[in-house]
Each structure stands twice: as structure tokens, then as C-alpha cells.
Design a protein around this ligand. Structure first.
Ligand SMILES: CC(C)(COP(=O)(O)OP(=O)(O)OC[C@H]1O[C@@H](n2cnc3c(N)ncnc32)[C@H](O)[C@@H]1OP(=O)(O)O)[C@@H](O)C(=O)NCCC(=O)NCCS
Length: 247
């Protein structure tokens, strides 16, 4: 095992990890799960979905365990009203996290003393994105999106969608907050930002948005309270040989 990564308040660590893992590793991850997590996995009839849930929770516990210097199976989670997980109890020095699954990848953001939300999407060329934008986007977002050249609209849609979803996940509000009540930037070359919020005008000053570098074919964003953080990209590779590789 390599050392524990330092995580100062001004940094956000972004972990990318494959969710398709070897059977022996999956079995190890399954042993780390709580009774509730195991039961949730057991209710999933589709084997791929079940394995992804087990791998995701196992990875989450393993990675957080390194920051907390705690055995992964002993980590306890609490859940917000809309299901946002956080660390339960005390003694975790303000450690906050959020995760997203996109296809075969897990994206996990870890920060200290900040709220954090992430979204990772695997981009689909056949997505009915115009209908989705009409339904979920705020009017300034729709206006900007539909004024772009058609060949750049799908990419801009995903940029907007992941930034919005990362913000919603940062707030923990899920579907309870209407997605057209706030607007993010989406134009190519414009810095990622929460631009306006109909019900809480102070929100744009509270949050920073950043794009997350991910493999081609994916799109991801981070929302975090406070000023723009430095991002540190970390990947989980070859777990059987190197339990954790930082950097
Ligand atoms: C869970 C939710 C927040 C995200 O779902 P999703 O996009 O399918 O899933 P993701 O892979 O990005 O994230 C799932 C993870 O987020 C975390 N999560 C669950 N509820 C959450 C919440 N309310 N807030 C933040 N994170 C949450 C969990 O860790 C979950 O993974 P796990 O159950 O394996 O631990 C979804 O219920 C939701 O409400 N999304 C908002 C939808 C919306 O309005 N979209 C419009 C954007 S324009």
C-alpha cells in the first residue's frame, strides 16, 4: 500500500475506478458491506447492476478507509432526507464525499469541510437530449443550448446536465429541488459556474463548479461549496497487485 494522500481544505480529490472487477475482488468487496448494503444489493435482480453496486460500495469503503485510517467494514454511513450518504458519527475531521456511476466507471470526490457533489455520465449519441433539455433545463440554459451549432449541442447538453446534477447532488436535494429553478453555464469556453438561482440568490456565491477530466465518451462535473478548489486526480488501478495507487 502506498501512503495516505494529504487532503488540505483547499483541495478536492477525484477518484476514478473501474466498476467491473474480477470475481475474487468482488467477493472481497462484498465482505466489507453493511447488512443494509448487502440487502440492497440482494434486491437487485440484474446481476450486472448488483455487482456494480457491490463494487462501488466496496471501493467507496476501501478508499475512505485510507483517509480515515479505519478498516473499511467499520465505516458507518448516515443518509440525508433524499438519500445523500455521508459519514456517520464523529472523528472524521470534516471528511465529505460524493460518488457517481457512469457505465463501468465510478467517480468519487473527497473533500474536507465542504459539501461536495459529482456526476459522471457516459455520453450517448442517440440521447433525446432536446426533449430532456426542454423538460429539465432553466430557460437561459435552453436558450444558450438551442442557439449553438447543432453539432456542438450534444456535448453542451452533457456539460450542462452534469454540472446541474453535481450541484443537486452537492445539495443532497435530488428530485426535490426543481432542476429549472437554477442555471449553470454551458457554452464552450465559458468557465463552469452556477449562474443564478431563482429561490436562493445567494447560492451562486456559495458554490464552485468544475469540469472533471474523464476518459473519452464520458462527461463529468463537480460542485463544491467555497472557492474554486485545486483538483487532484487519482486513479485506482490494478487493485490485485497494488491495493491503492495515488497519482
Ligand atoms: C441519486 C440521485 C441524486 C442521482 O442519481 P443517478 O444520477 O442515477 O446516480 P449517480 O450514479 O450519479 O449517483 C448515485 C450515488 O449518489 C449518491 N446519492 C444518493 N442519493 C443522493 C442525494 N440525494 N444527493 C447526493 N448524492 C446522492 C449515492 O452514493 C449513490 O450511489 P450508491 O447508492 O451506489 O452509493 C437521483 O436520485 C436524483 O435525484 N437526481 C437528480 C435528478 C435531476 O433532477 N436531474 C436533472 C438534472 S438537469
Amino acid at each position: 500500500m502506498t501512503g495516505l494522500p494529504d487532503l488540505p481544505d483547499g483541495e478536492v480529490h477525484l477518484w476514478l475506478a473501474p466498476l467491473a472487477v474480477e470475481p475474487d475482488e468482488l467477493a472481497r468487496f462484498e465482505e466489507l458491506l453493511s447488512h443494509d448494503e448487502g440487502a440492497r444489493a440482494g434486491r437487485l435482480l440484474d446481476r450486472e447492476n448488483r455487482n456494480r453496486l457491490i463494487a462501488g460500495r466496496g471501493l467507496l469503503r476501501t478508499i475512505l478507509g485510507r483517509y480515515l485510517e479505519k478498516p473499511p467494514a467499520e465505516i458507518r454511513f448516515a443518509y440525508g432526507e433524499q438519500g445523500k450518504p455521508s459519514l456517520a458519527g464523529e472523528g472524521h475531521h470534516g471528511l465529505a464525499f460524493n460518488l457517481s456511476h457512469g457505465g463501468e466507471l465510478l467517480l468519487l470526490a473527497v473533500a474536507r469541510h465542504r459539501e461536495v457533489g459529482v456526476d459522471l455520465e457516459q455520453m450517448r449519441d442517440d440521447l433525446p437530449f432536446r426533449e430532456m433539455a426542454a423538460r429539465y433545463f432553466a430557460s437561459p440554459e435552453r436558450a444558450e443550448l438551442f442557439a449553438l451549432p447543432p453539432q456542438t449541442q450534444l456535448r453542451a447538453f452533457y456539460r450542462c446536465w452534469t454540472r446541474k446534477e453535481a450541484y443537486l447532488k452537492g445539495c443532497g436535494s435530488g428530485f426535490s429541488r426543481p432542476s429549472d429553478s437554477f442555471a449553470v453555464s454551458l457554452l464552450p469556453g465559458h468557465p463552469p459556474a452556477l449562474i443564478e438561482h431563482r429561490d436562493s440568490p445567494e447560492e451562486p456565491d456559495r458554490w464552485s463548479i468544475a469540469d472533471v477530466p474523464v476518459p473519452p465518451g464520458c462527461c463529468a462535473a463537480l460542485a463544491v461549496t467555497g472557492g474554486q478548489p485545486s483538483l487532484r486526480n487519482l486513479s485506482w488501478t490494478n487493485p490485485a497487485k497494488h491495493p491503492l495507487i495515488f497519482g
